[in-house]
Design a protein around this ligand. Structure first.
Ligand SMILES: Nc1ncnc2c1ncn2[C@@H]1O[C@H](COP(=O)(O)OP(=O)(O)OP(=O)(O)O)[C@@H](O)[C@H]1O
Length: 259
């Protein structure tokens, strides 16, 4: 009896752990623009410390999906839960757990890095008395030490992207959503941004969108390929490796055949 009770307790603890381990759940997510179906019936689940890549050609529906996952665009149908909070019923509660870098980072380039990050901290309700410490920490994490007084307009594209990521993580969200984080960067900047994403992925859940297969292979644990608004393929990268499958061939197979 004692054994079965304790095993019940253990099972219940395990269930709680499994439940709390999931940070993002999207079910049946769809979005129409007039008659055009931009995203159809996307299901998605993300765990802590997992990096998910959304891969797809132009117009596949990646940005639309991310805008719905971050509460920036209302879905036509479907549901999203962020850390157990329903994004549609409780948007403010859910958004507290999300950091978002949109395709066009919302930078005020006439501000210095520090001024902009202070502004971002206010927007994310960071405790005023902690702002200085938070800025020091986020600049360290994003490799922005020593450039707090520089105007954002004077920074390279790679450093501007770091500032964009810094504003997304300033409130230490559990879920980070990055829309094409390395687009327009040179190879060195791409490597640095990927290293940063890998580092962030150790403690957060990350969803990133990209056209770049090598980006998925170097930073993601799982990939979903989208085409014409639908998830057409989904796998763990470890499984691809184990089966010696080639992501480029799979991408072509699932995105070219319906062109
Ligand atoms: N506000 C909008 N109004 C009308 N159509 C839209 C709108 N936003 C996106 N679309 C359409 O929805 C489809 C999906 O677009 P989306 O930007 O999500 O694709 P994507 O995969 O992110 O593409 P890209 O890689 O080029 O950024 C496209 O056909 C696009 O034209």
């Amino acid at each position: 009896m004692i054994n079965s009770e304790s095993s019940l307790e253990n099972a219940s603890t395990r269930v709680q752990e499994v439940v709390s381990d999931v940070t993002v759940t999207a079910h049946n997510l769809s979005r129409r623009f007039g008659n055009h179906s931009a995203v159809r019936k996307v299901d998605l689940e993300l765990k802590r410390s997992e990096v998910l890549g959304l891969l797809g050609p132009n117009g596949a529906g990646k940005s639309t999906t991310m805008q719905m996952l971050t509460g920036n665009l209302a879905p036509t149908s479907g549901s999203v839960q962020i850390c157990g909070v329903d994004l549609i019923k409780n948007p403010l509660g859910a958004k507290r757990h999300i950091g978002y870098l949109p395709e066009n980072p919302p930078l005020y380039k006439e501000l210095t890095v520090d001024e902009y990050l202070q502004f971002a901290a206010r927007l994310h309700n960071v405790d005023l008395s902690k702002t200085n410490d938070v800025l020091i920490d986020v600049k360290r994490r994003c490799g922005l030490e020593g450039i707090g007084k520089r105007l954002i307009s004077a920074l390279s594209k790679g450093f501007q992207q770091r500032v964009g990521i810094a504003q997304a993580i300033i409130h230490r969200p559990e879920v980070i959503i990055l829309d094409e984080p390395s687009v327009g960067l040179d190879p060195n900047q791409i490597r640095e941004i990927r290293d940063l994403i890998k580092e962030l992925g150790k403690s957060c859940s990350i969803i990133l969108s990209t056209h770049n297969l090598s980006e998925v292979e170097s930073v993601c644990d799982r990939v979903k390929i989208m085409n014409h608004g639908v998830v057409v393929y989904s796998t763990a990268l470890a499984e691809l490796k184990q089966k010696a499958l080639n992501l480029e061939q799979i991408f072509e197979q699932y995105t070219l055949k319906n062109e």
